[in-house]
Ligand binder design. Structure first.
Ligand code: GLN
Ligand code: ZN
Length: 786
């Protein structure tokens, strides 16, 4: 093969690396510090060790553009807010260096007692009712399961250089012998991610005051020796209005003018530049990074339009997923680009920072060897990057062994019987439209259900989980380690379950739950019982701060070999005469909280899960369940970044839900539950799901979130949450009654159910008991004759 190799090398970048440490060292260091078991210096030393190890690892693996300032004690958006002095007054900062206490107060509130929603993917903050300063708000980082702290801007907002972290860490690396490319969150994305405290304030209007602070940081970086700086502007993959595009031009024009010699690698990731391409290409930057894992199609238009001098960073290795790349195939794509632009005008990179993947596959000794051979975590991805770069610079022969192994693994995965099941394919092919259709429209179903269930008006229930006490977690851990036998563990769980049911019965709840004591996690519990899923032991990724998750890996066709929850449901129903809800996690949520296979469309994987859940629904119904709840906490989370893609997503998401929920008789009541959703822009899809009852999180919004349902004239039944489960506080009968009154003013009274905002897993029994007693009391006050 004849390939013109111009110069020796092609640079390799990682854009950013996981911060948490291969053994979750950062979590331990933070929690020790927060609990007062260690001092600040100990924490900072641990952090420095993690950074040094990250740099050393990248160097050893041949990464040439090693990043600095990709590390964070908590969150890089928070770091940026602190860097520019965007510290709300409530935190009591009055200039000068920002203390760790201030930093962590912004992250976790000054009481520091972080809790969580029933599922760890949620924002997970306690609300400081009365005392202390609450944390900044937290929300999802683009379409990942990483959460960032939302910067807050107020009228008269000024910025000032309050932290020199990027410069300090650049110098720290340099002193250790690593010349790095510092990473900054770009000013426009930073402002767009923030929120204005004062109505009428447009964060973008603050750009002019912000830019000089950035320039000061850039100047110090350049003075310290940095030649390149990576500026992350992932907002470039969103739908942008003209003022935002103008802000980008202003910002990068300002930088180019202030520091003409400093080179900026501008990164856009999590999607394609699309209609922002011309804006991006016109910015006076030295390099542009593209996400080519998500949208490989954009390579052609970009490489055709990009001016010759622009360095293109080709993000071909998937930074968001765990799959091993097919390197020979990637080389086919890359070689022509390199030939055209020359090795000095390309870089090889992951699609985005490696923050979102686990660190090292080698630690997974218990994975199925075939599945393992198809995976790559951060360390393996770095090796893939350098292999590609070596082949591009010196020819495929130099790394022939690695290329062949990569191609062979890809072929094996494509052909594996572990991935492809003809039975699943046949079932999928046999799905007919009527399978997504309940037998009768809602009014007829409601009548059949009311006749069967005979519930009082304003029926009371809970969302599913009861407190996962230390005892429950200890028993699960002991069982996991083999210290507690199956029989003893089951006996323990039955005892907990029975006690929780008897208590619910006693306090007068109308519809009971079994408490979910047997579940580790609402997705993992099902994944472990379905074929097509694999689980890691050490595959942690940061969800927020010191909270990490180990997402299941969906690698193959999904089927349900045996019933998953039926025995538990039967046991639970045997304890009471009141209706016991079957409790399942929906297909969209299982999908959105997993690493999903990249060899079939997400919609297809989702439909497979839906069929498996449909079987479970049918078995629960057969066992006698009159009500089955199918949680879809993550439906909104899955919304694509671009509006134009929403309908397609919502179309298959709703269809999947209907597919799993529609196989039952009219008299079987289907419930669903959604966390903290804003419904305005998706209410039509929510209605199209056609669940008989939906419970949502509304207590903190004082029923404001109901408005979407009201103006849509949502026809089915609704349980607007009246108890804020994010807080340890026990709500009174009166305040819950008031919330219910507000709900009945907006909805038809016969539509209204009474329940907490979400599951009670993270709460203590001492809080839950009085709160639910009050909730039942509030419902009773609304009933006729009360
Ligand atoms: N049934 C689940 C629980 O109560 C629902 C949790 C959730 O939606 N986050 O724990
Ligand atoms: Zn919830």
């Amino acid at each position: 093969m004849n390939f013109p190799y111009s110069s020796g090398t092609v640079p390799v970048s990682t854009l950013g690396t996981p911060r948490i440490g291969p053994r979750r060292e950062l979590k331990a260091a933070l929690e020790d510090y927060w609990a007062g078991r260690s001092d600040a210096q100990t924490l900072l030393d641990s952090a420095a060790r993690l950074r040094a190890a990250n740099w050393a690892r990248q160097k050893a693996l041949g990464v040439t553009n090693i990043p600095s300032n990709d590390f964070s004690l908590y969150d890089h958006v928070l770091d940026t807010a602190v860097m520019v002095g965007a510290i709300p007054n409530a935190y009591g900062w009055s200039g000068g260096p920002v203390s760790l206490d201030t930093y962590f107060a912004m992250a976790r509130g000054s009481q520091g007692d972080a809790g969580a929603c029933a599922h760890g993917h949620d924002h997970g903050q306690e609300h400081g009712h009365g005392h202390g300063v609450p944390a900044l708000e937290m929300t999802k980082w683009f379409d990942t399961n990483y959460h960032y702290m939302v910067p807050e801007f107020s009228a008269g907002q000024r910025f000032t250089l309050a932290s020199t972290k990027p410069v300090d860490e650049y110098r720290e690396a340099k002193a250790l012998g690593y010349p790095t490319r510092p990473v900054l969150l770009g000013p426009v994305t930073f402002l767009k991610l923030g929120k204005a405290k004062d109505p009428g304030l447009d964060p973008l209007s603050l750009l002019g005051d912000l830019l000089p602070v950035y320039v000061e940081v850039l100047r110090r970086l350049a003075a310290s020796g940095a030649e390149w700086v990576q500026m992350d502007e992932p907002c470039l993959v969103l739908d942008l209005d003209e003022p935002t595009r103008a802000a980008l031009r202003e910002a990068y024009g300002f930088f180019a003018h202030a520091l003409p010699r400093l080179k900026i690698m501008l990164t856009a990731y999590f999607g394609e530049l699309g209609d922002n391409l011309d804006t991006a290409l016109a910015l006076p930057v030295a390099g542009l990074h593209l996400d080519l894992a998500r949208t490989p199609e954009q390579l052609r238009p970009v490489s055709e339009k990009a001016r010759a001098g622009l360095v293109l960073s080709l993000g071909v290795i998937d930074g968001r997923n765990v799959w091993r790349a097919d390197l020979p195939k990637l080389l086919d794509v890359l070689e022509p680009v390199v030939r055209r632009r020359g090795t000095d005008h390309v870089e090889i990179a992951p699609s985005c920072s490696l923050l979102h993947v686990p660190i090292d596959l080698e630690r997974e000794t218990e994975l199925d060897p075939d599945v393992k051979s198809w995976l790559a975590f951060a360390v393996q991805k770095m090796d893939e990057l350098t292999t590609l770069a070596t082949a591009l610079a010196g020819g495929r022969e130099v790394v022939l062994g690695k290329l062949m192994a990569s191609g062979a693994a890809a072929d094996a995965r494509r052909a594996s019987a572990k991935v492809h099941s003809s039975a699943v394919a046949a079932r999928l092919a046999a799905v007919t439209p009527d399978m997504t259709q309940r037998q009768s429209p809602f009014p007829a179903r409601a009548e059949a259900q009311h006749h069967r269930l005979r519930l009082p008006p304003f029926p009371t229930t809970t969302i599913g989980s009861f407190p996962q006490t230390a005892e429950v977690r200890k028993a699960r851990a002991a069982h996991g380690k083999g210290e507690l036998g199956d029989a003893a563990y089951e006996a323990f769980l039955k005892q907990e379950t029975a006690a929780a049911i008897r208590w619910q019965d006693e306090i007068g709840l109308d519809v009971l739950v079994h408490g979910e004591f047997e579940r580790n996690d609402m997705v993992q519990y099902f994944g472990e019982q379905l074929s097509g899923f694999a689980f890691t032991r050490h595959g942690w990724v940061q969800s927020y701060g010191s909270r990490y998750v180990r997402p299941p890996i969906l690698f193959g066709d999904v089927a349900r070999p045996a019933p998953m929850t039926v025995e538990w449901w039967k046991f639970a129903q045997s304890v009471t005469h009141k209706p016991m809800k079957g409790m399942l996690t929906g297909p969209v949520t299982i999908l959105n909280w997993s690493f999903v296979r990249d060899d079939v469309p997400r919609s297809l994987a989702c439909r497979q899960i839906a069929l498996a859940i449909r079987d479970e629904v049918a078995d629960l119904e057969k066992a006698g369940a009159a009500m089955i709840q199918i949680d879809e906490a993550a439906i909104r989370e899955g919304l694509p970044l671009r509006r134009a893609d929403w309908d397609a997503y919502l179309g298959w998401a709703v269809e999947s839900f209907r597919l799993c929920a529609s196989g039952v008789a009219d008299a079987t009541q289907i419930h669903t539950h959604m966390c903290y959703s804003e419904f305005n822009d998706i209410i039509a899809a929510i209605a199209a799901m056609d669940a008989d009852v939906i419970s949502i999180e509304t207590s903190r919004s004082k029923m404001e979130l109901l408005e979407a349902f009201v103006s849509y004239r949502y026809p089915n039944e609704i349980g607007p949450g009246v108890y804020d489960i994010h807080s340890p506080r026990v709500p009174s009968v009166e305040e819950m009654e008031e919330l219910l009154v507000r709900a009945t003013q907006r909805l038809r009274p016969e539509q209204v159910w009474v329940n907490p905002d979400c599951g009670l897993k993270t709460r203590k029994w001492e809080e839950v008991r009085p709160a639910l007693v009050n909730m039942v009391g509030a419902a009773r006050r609304l009933r006729p004759g009360a």
